[in-house]
Write a protein that binds this ligand. Structure first.
Ligand code: ZN
Length: 481
């Protein structure tokens, strides 16, 4: 834990608790780290993106083959042809697709450090056993470095909003560390406060800690929102129960405390579907996001639609699961009218690539369903942008290039070898593009990346400190044993 991770109130509390402060100092000393300040975020300037292929994702604003986007005070002021606001500096958009940043609706950022240990083809060191074991050894500083690494990758891939599924909140300092990493890098997002790895299934989640985060961090500057992530419901799941499995009685306690604070809920549905159990218990509602739509029935999908429940897909990981635990039900969800969104899940044995996620979804849809349920490439881009904002309840702020919304915008180069000569821009995004084509990333009007490089973030430091933390965790765990 470094001092820069703390919210002001937490810092004051820590300063008044000499013992806690001493422990923090010991921890810092033991890890050889020193308190540090993050680089300040780039300022919000007034600018006009000029001459780009503009994909608005707003159903009421047409795309432009060559258009401009005017940004001022962190907001989109206008989208149109040949805008000429006085005093605004120009950002070159020619040869680029200008579109809303991706919205990633479910990502366990705290596991980003585990890449050196997780193997996709060796079950004993798969994602669940490694993250469950090492997760229990993580310090707040490990959480900070892991989330910072994940957010840096998100931004590099054009993700401007992330739903941080933080199911390893081991202490107030761990929560503050994760939130600090999100804040320090300037990404928009929801922090889903969770239980800790290894927590007993009959222990109620820490609602006091949740209320403390709400008090200390929300509404912040509008960039971060808060919710909870729940342990699984009612049955063993993929992962052998490593993430916890709750009875309906326990679900009522955990979720009830969150709802009393007005906070939304997210839960995995890996394994047997819990939808009917949740419906019978009266627990479904528009504040609920389910994750991994693999095994739902038509009856369940009708219920989900009527209750306004959303479903986050994570196709890159889901496509690796055995078909016995279900198939990716994008077509079924769209046909039933259930709200859906796109997510990365984790990056321990694949990378963040929203383009590949769209590509996999399209391929699997064509493979299983085809034209029985029409799916356009534009609909996939909507899934990765606006639909994610709808899922997270922030479509008034982001998800489309709409005047009045915050300026969360990316520019994707179309002159790169894998993209050129470009034809239909949606075809290019879904069939051709890769994160390396993302040239410019703007969040809330701040140009965080340009020409494929961070404007302020120290890339080398992020990499070095992530690796150091991973190696220290390995030593602490006496890995491999
Ligand atoms: Zn997940």
């Amino acid at each position: 834990m470094t001092l820069s991770h703390m919210s002001r109130r937490t810092m004051l509390k820590a300063a008044s608790a000499a013992g806690a402060l001493a422990a923090t100092s010991r921890e810092l000393f033991a890890q050889g780290t020193a308190p540090r300040r993050p680089a300040p975020l780039p300022p919000r300037r007034e600018f006009v993106i000029r001459g780009a292929t503009v994909l608005t994702m707003d159903p009421n604003i047409a795309d432009l083959a060559s258009g401009d986007v005017h940004v001022r005070d962190g907001a989109i002021v206008a989208v149109g042809a040949r805008l000429n606001p006085r005093g605004a500096r120009a950002v070159e958009g020619r040869g680029m697709i200008c579109m809303p940043g991706f919205v990633d609706s479910h990502w366990h950022l705290w596991t980003s450090l585990f890449r050196p240990f997780v193997r996709a083809d060796v079950d004993a060191v798969g994602y669940f056993p490694v993250s469950n074991r090492l997760g229990q050894l993580m310090t707040p500083d490990d959480s900070y470095r892991s989330v910072r690494l994940g957010v840096a990758e998100a931004l590099s891939a054009g993700v401007t909003t992330v739903h941080n599924w933080a199911h390893n909140v081991r202490s107030p300092e761990h929560a503050d560390a994760e939130l600090s990493a999100m804040r320090d890098l300037g990404i928009r997002g929801r922090f889903a406060y969770g239980p800790a790895q290894g927590m007993p299934d009959d222990q109620v989640m820490d609602h006091a800690g949740l209320a403390r985060v709400k008090r200390d961090w929300m509404p912040n500057d509008g960039m971060l929102t808060l919710g909870i992530c729940s342990r699984n419901v009612g049955a063993m799941s993929i992962g052998g129960g490593a993430r916890g499995v709750l009875t309906i009685e326990m679900v009522k306690k955990d979720w009830g405390g969150a709802r009393a604070l007005g906070l939304p809920i997210t839960v995995h549905t890996s394994g047997p579907s819990p939808v009917m159990q949740l419906e019978e218990a009266g627990l479904l509602g528009p504040d609920l996001q389910l994750v991994h739509p693999l095994l739902t029935t038509p009856e369940e999908r009708a219920i989900l639609k009527s209750r306004g429940v959303s479903y986050a897909m994570a196709p890159t990981g889901e496509a690796r699961r055995p078909s016995a635990v279900g198939v990716i039900q994008l077509g079924e969800m769209l046909e039933a009218g259930v709200k859906v969104s796109l997510s990365t899940d984790h990056t321990t044995n694949y990378n963040c690539d929203p383009f590949v996620a769209m590509r996999i979804l399209f391929a699997l849809h064509q493979h299983r369903i085809g034209n029985k349920v029409p799916l356009t490439l534009k609909r996939l881009v909507q899934l990765a942008t606006l639909d994610g904002a709808v899922d997270l309840g922030i479509a008034d702020k982001t998800g489309s290039l709409t005047p009045g919304k915050r300026a969360d915008i990316i520019l994707v180069r179309t002159t790169d070898i894998n993209m050129t000569p470009v034809g239909d821009p949606y075809e290019a995004l879904v069939s051709m593009a890769q994160p390396g084509n993302v040239d410019t990333v703007i969040v809330d009007g701040r140009i965080l990346r340009q020409a494929g490089k961070f404007a302020a973030l120290d890339h080398a430091r992020v990499v070095r400190e992530a690796r150091d933390a991973a190696m220290a965790l390995r030593d602490k765990a006496k890995w491999p044993t």
